[in-house]
Design a protein around this ligand. Sequence first.
Ligand SMILES: Cc1cc2nc3c(=O)[nH]c(=O)nc-3n(C[C@H](O)[C@H](O)[C@H](O)COP(=O)(O)OP(=O)(O)OC[C@H]3O[C@@H](n4cnc5c(N)ncnc54)[C@H](O)[C@@H]3O)c2cc1C
Ligand SMILES: NC(=O)c1ccc[n+]([C@@H]2O[C@H](COP(=O)([O-])OP(=O)(O)OC[C@H]3O[C@@H](n4cnc5c(N)ncnc54)[C@H](OP(=O)(O)O)[C@@H]3O)[C@@H](O)[C@H]2O)c1
Length: 449
Amino acid sequence: MTQHFNPTAPHDLIGIGFGPSNLALAIALQERAEQGGKAFDALFLERQPDYNWHGNTLVAQSELQISFLKDLVTLRNPSSRFSFVNYLKAHGRLVDFINLGTFYPCRMEYNDYLRWVAAQFAGQSRYGEQVLRVEPVIEADGRVQRLNVISQNQQGCEVSRQTRSVIVSTGGTPKIPPAFAGFKDDPRVFHHARYLSAMATQACSRGEPMRIAVVGAGQSAAEAFIDLSDNFPNVQVDMILRAAVLKPADDSPFVNEIFGPDYTDLVFNQPETERERLIREYHNTNYSVVDLDLIERIYAILYRQKVSGIERHAFLCRRIIESASDVDGRVQLQLRDLATGSTEARRYDAVILATGYERRSHRELLAPLKDYLDDFRVDRDYQLLARPELETPVFIQGFSQHSHGLSDTLLSVLPARSGEIAAALEQRLEGVSQSHALHEARALHSVSA
Ligand SMILES: Cc1cc2nc3c(=O)[nH]c(=O)nc-3n(C[C@H](O)[C@H](O)[C@H](O)COP(=O)(O)OP(=O)(O)OC[C@H]3O[C@@H](n4cnc5c(N)ncnc54)[C@H](O)[C@@H]3O)c2cc1C
Ligand SMILES: NC(=O)c1ccc[n+]([C@@H]2O[C@H](COP(=O)([O-])OP(=O)(O)OC[C@H]3O[C@@H](n4cnc5c(N)ncnc54)[C@H](OP(=O)(O)O)[C@@H]3O)[C@@H](O)[C@H]2O)c1
């Protein structure tokens, strides 16, 4: 059964997903309204039952990878009450945090900061609602002035709400290599995005021995390796990577300038081929790379094995996984050594796919609008380019790396981007209501003429 909320009073904006991107936007809209801007009726829909930032990956050792000064708001408004520093103050830990002498809080604490901010927007957010699709409401003259956002609530009911604009900020989708397609929903094979809940059901959580493969050579793979090594003494880990080595993330100061707000203009103003070149050049700031201190810890663990002669974990580099199959109740991986061409089969009790994320959920959610859109290309303000009949602005956050640069999927751009979208939204929604009023006035005129 679909529940309809008062279709005559559409929301000004519905944000899909309430991760850091839309949380930053909620702040930007509120602060703009407080400074005399338009106060919008905004609603944010989140599929998780409560606020959680990559909650299944929050292992004890995991730290934020950017400075806490790049929180949701400080770069745009350093005096905002939604800053990380104000969160620390409100929780009585400001002095203690300063004594820590770090710019990189643990991710558990940063999650708690985000939850603290989200709680302040409880009236504008609904949890436990997974948005399924966004549909156009087509008027008799072909124009679209409202969108239907259709979600599914925790009771399995479809809920439909109307809105004058949409912001899709639904983050990445776990990437599953094709070799593992046959293991969908198999508890032995899971993506790192489900690490903590999936590990809780494994035999090693009850102290039983297991052999586990971790696939990948990025930060997620490294964090899984360390967590398994530290907290599951009965687990033997094989780290399986296509690369020859684990490479460090380049976060040196000159390179870090690419994550500054000004850099977005630089990237956006380049021709397509140059943008692609820039992304390739700085790929090693974010993808398939690991924080240096973690690399050193992994190296030290493997070195100590050499000293003791007890080989617990294996580091299988330059290996392609040709196939994965169920053999005698275990997961058998057929590995090819890229250096020698030789193959071998290895069996595991579980396989953790730390194989990264794809960015495609906006295309799925917005598929009913596809015919109005210019292949999901955006303008500088992250609004999807569209045919004039689509009068409802649609914005996306986190899906524009190819046009806006590497910071697009990260936290560093949030304060600036949310400010830009809030300003664009105000301009375009106000523009829409003016043209709507004009249209209605013209219609009235032609009726009375
Ligand atoms: C493990 C991990 C750690 C990271 N650490 C850092 C870091 O330290 N620094 C950094 O800069 N970046 C980091 N990143 C990158 C990450 O993309 C950003 O930190 C940030 O999460 C981006 O925020 P977002 O709101 O765009 O996306 P997300 O955080 O992914 O939030 C999207 C939200 O949308 C919800 N959602 C998805 N689909 C639907 C739907 N159909 N209906 C309703 N809700 C939906 C999700 O549940 C989620 O809450 C990390 C990424 C991962 C995976
Ligand atoms: N502490 C933290 O803040 C933290 C923790 C975890 C993640 N993150 C962030 O989350 C984002 C994603 O990191 P991530 O480590 O999950 O992903 P990632 O950096 O994209 O790395 C994915 C890894 O999986 C490998 N891979 C992909 N497809 C494969 C296949 N078919 N077969 C074998 N290997 C395959 C890749 O290999 P190739 O290199 O050969 O392509 C790569 O090594 C990054 O921004 C990262 O910084 C942050």
